[in-house]
Design a protein around this ligand. Structure first.
Ligand code: B1N
Length: 795
């Protein structure tokens, strides 16, 4: 808690902001006004540690980490900042004392949704952990005017509407118009005095907006610097005077489009010119800012790696390699070989997916048009690498008239990392086999993690309270201490308290589900949750097919001893991803039929609240009994939702994919519902061209489900709606839904058996929490600091 902060002083600060910042009197203030007043009052307490951290970093000439990411999926800020400052309970008391509903005030804040899914949320967790650990760092990103679209269902179909988080003032950002840089596009390259000079055809100005990120207990704060684009010249007065009004506003148009909207695709690559411009805009502004800050106190750019580490979050900012070379050579007169040496010591690259459809490659035509000087530099890097590391069949950066951003990022980095043990192994062996052979020490692993401050302490107050009661305070910043819970797991009293905490969260969620979806569910049922982006490889389809099989079995024998279940789905599809949208429609159609079935009643309900986001995750995950992590082995690079469920005491039903492998290792095989083929078995299985047919013929439940779908049981208004789905399972089942179905169905029966035995179940659940310490993003960040960034904590 900040020294001297009391309920009285905080109340006075809130009232002062209400009067003098918002200019409202308490009798006429709206919920929004109160939220703004409290946000400013809390923000004031961040400024002191923020300023102190920045000062210390300058005074001690510390190495800084720069995290470059096109996405930051932050969620709400107010409660997170308050809890880290130790002011949350005080804030609640102040606000309730003023006659305002604190929960409603917190929920009035829009989510900052500047990301699609796991990759963006990871960046947000990393920012929080770097602040908690006192790692001097800046996050660089784009200040999208519209974050990830809002999802609605119309007749069960996903409909997207624009998101509008900046419509009301964002109290967490500070505009820094003095930190501005020019970013160019297009044009041509000229030779002047033997040096190549890029003369851009278009320019925009990048202008900074800073958000402080405060760590646990307010001991350190870093900066998230988001760029917005401004026209370099307001408009072309000469053209305007000639009467060419449209052309006169072209610079404004370009600037407005660049930061207008987040690309809503997760793990697909579109190849759009605007996306390339966004990526270069972020990267160039960030690098200019980094070099300016370095040159403020240092002269020798050769020693940049001693003070600067830059991490590329996937290939999206991989243009950082050539841009750094350009700035060092063209602007600062460093020679090419020296620049290559510096760049490669400074840059690190994290790969987040093996899916070929996500790997960025630009046509040399488009790339050369938008970034002509960078195209030249990339060709020079490519031939430098071929010369320096000769190899007979080498795959270079430029091939078949395409620039491959993965290879570029690999070559320009001193370390390349995957995001789970399995994924990093596959990065080495299947994604970059040639490059890994040439650079055997380059690929390393850093298994993902999540911040326990938001994903346990903030979102699950009942469980956080129980943990503190049992092992004392301090686990929030030292999550391995959760192991101290293990001896208590054998005590019935502790297990009862653990179950009671879960029940409190489930009761709260039932009310919320009723409000959001109209469906009444019982907190006595097993809450089975699959929340994540909708994608074929994540196999929500397998989950819904199994739900139908389960429904069918209940109907056959309604009086049997069924464990009541609520199947909870959440997630968005990319707007253009037809197959994923069909799966959404199917889940909603299935829910409608099952929830209205009087024979089944409370034994099975299906709910799919629209618009899954960070704030919804904070409600669903603490109330989950079972975590669905059922991707085709080898496809989910890591997953981070899986870690949040584990922390909150929900055992996993899952495949040996991504971080599931390590979750199972940590929690013990007896506390994990494993099923399905391994990565190797998946490859083997695909060799059988009739794998799906063989699997369907061997499973009566699956046959029945596909039959019902084909007959239109879930789409009576449009009986052939799911013919495409059925046909794909039979004939184009690339993600092996059919082949893993029977094992999944059997594992679900295992779950029921475990749930029937409360002592067994709560033991499993509590072990999940007790053994989740490894998945703190603090552990991940320590790994990056030691093995990639060579940097130390300033605390
Ligand atoms: O990154 C997460 C992982 O936990 C997930 O397994 C992985 O799927 C996710 C292109 C991506 N990989 N690639 C993306 C996002 C946006 C985009 O435009 C690709 N997201 C992931 C964190 O490591």
């Amino acid at each position: 808690m900040p020294p001297g902060a009391t309920v009285d002083s905080l109340r006075a600060e809130v009232l002062r902001h209400l009067s003098f910042t918002i200019a409202k009197d308490p009798g006429h203030a709206s919920l929004h006004d109160w939220r703004m007043a409290l946000s400013y009052a809390i923000r004031d307490h961040i400024v002191t540690p923020w300023y102190a951290s920045t000062r210390r970093t300058w005074d001690e000439d510390r190495k800084r980490v720069y995290y470059l990411s096109m996405e930051y999926l932050i969620g709400r800020v107010l409660e997170d900042a308050a809890i880290n400052l130790g002011l949350r309970d005080m804030a609640r008391e102040v606000i309730e004392g003023l006659g305002v509903d604190f929960n409603a005030l917190v929920e009035d804040e829009p989510d900052a949704a500047l990301g699609n899914g796991g990759l963006g949320r990871l960046a947000a967790c990393f920012m929080e952990s770097m602040a908690t650990l006192g790692c001097p760092a800046y996050g660089y990103g784009l200040r999208y005017e519209h974050g990830l679209f809002r999802q609605r269902f119309e007749g069960g179909r996903q409909v997207e509407t624009p998101e509008d988080w900046l419509v009301t003032t964002n109290p967490w950002e500070f505009d820094r118009p003095e930190s501005a840089y020019t970013v160019g596009f297009k044009g041509h390259v000229e030779s002047r005095d033997g040096r190549d000079v890029w003369v851009p055809g278009e320019t925009v100005t990048a202008s900074a907006h800073d958000t402080p990120v405060v760590g646990w207990q307010g001991r350190w704060a870093n900066t998230l610097r988001l760029w917005s684009a401004k026209p370099t010249t307001l408009f072309d007065l000469e053209r305007f005077n000639r009467g060419d009004y449209a052309a006169a506003t072209e610079p404004e148009q370009l600037a407005r489009t660049i930061c207008r909207v987040l690309y809503p695709d997760d793990t697909t690559y579109a190849g759009k010119e605007l996306r390339l411009k966004q990526e270069f805009f972020l990267t160039s502004a960030a690098l200019q800012d980094i070099l300016r800050r370095y040159c403020y106190t240092h002269k020798d750019l050769g020693r940049l790696p001693e003070r600067v580490a830059i991490q590329m979050n996937d290939t999206h900012p991989a243009i950082a390699g050539p841009e750094l070379i350009r700035l060092l050579t063209d602007k600062h007169g460093v020679d090419f070989d020296a620049a290559m040496d510096v760049a490669r010591k400074v840059l690190g690259f994290t790969n987040h997916t093996l899916l070929p459809e996500a790997l960025e490659r630009w046509s040399t035509y488009l790339f050369g048009n938008v970034l002509p000087r960078h195209m030249q530099i990339i060709e020079r890097i490519d031939s430098w690498h071929r010369r320096t590391y000769p190899r007979p069949h080498f795959v270079g950066i430029v091939k078949h008239h395409e620039v491959r951003m993965g290879e570029l990022a690999f070559i320009m980095s001193h370390k390349v990392n995957g995001v789970s043990a399995l994924h990093s192994k596959l990065v080495k062996s299947s994604l970059f086999p040639e490059l890994s052979a040439l650079h055997p020490d380059r690929v390393v692993n850093q298994t993902n993690g999540v911040t326990p401050r938001r994903w346990l302490n903030l979102c699950n107050r009942p469980l956080a309270g129980l943990i503190t009661e049992t092992i004392g305070d301090g686990w929030q910043a030292d999550l391995d201490r959760l192991h101290e819970l293990e001896p208590h797991v054998e005590e019935a009293g502790f297990r009862d308290a653990f179950a009671a905490a879960k029940r409190a969260n489930k009761v709260a969620l039932t009310g919320w589900i009723k409000d959001r979806t109209g469906v009444v569910v019982s907190p006595d049922a097993l809450f089975d949750v699959q929340v994540k982006r909708i994608h074929e490889y994540k196999r929500q389809l397998m989950n819904v097919l199994q739900t139908i099989a389960h429904w069918h079995a209940i109907r056959q024998d309604p009086q049997a001893d069924w464990v009541p279940r609520v199947k909870i789905f959440g997630g968005k599809s990319a707007p253009g991803y037809f197959v994923a949208k069909e799966i959404i429609h199917l889940i909603n159609d299935t829910a409608r039929v099952i929830n209205a079935d009087p024979v089944v009643g409370d034994r099975l309900k299906v709910v799919y609240p629209a618009n899954y986001n960070v704030s919804m995750a904070e409600k669903l995950i603490p109330a989950a009994d079972l975590s669905e992590q059922i991707s085709t082995a080898g496809k989910e690079a890591s997953g981070t939702g899986n870690m949040k469920f584990m922390m909150n005491g929900a055992p996993t039903i899952g495949t040996l994919d991504g971080a599931n492998v390590e979750i199972r290792e940590q929690v013990g095989a007896e506390n994990f519902f494993l099923f399905g083929m391994t990565t190797e078995q998946v490859a083997e299985r695909r060799k059988d061209p009739d794998h799906a047919r063989h699997a369907i013929e061997a499973s009566q439940p699956l046959q029945d489900v596909l039959q019902m779908l084909a007959e239109g049981r879930f789409s009576p208004d449009h009986p052939d709606r799911y013919h495409g789905v059925v046909d794909r399972v039979w004939h184009h089942d690339y993600f092996l839904v059919a082949s893993d179905f029977a094992a999944y169905h059997a594992a679900q029966a295992e779950v029921d058996a475990a749930y029937r035995d409360p002592a067994r179940w709560w033991r499993m659940a509590a072990f999940n929490t007790a053994r989740s310490g490894f998945f703190s993003s603090d552990r991940t960040i320590r790994g990056y600091m030691q093995e990639i960034w060579s940097t130390e904590s300033a605390l």
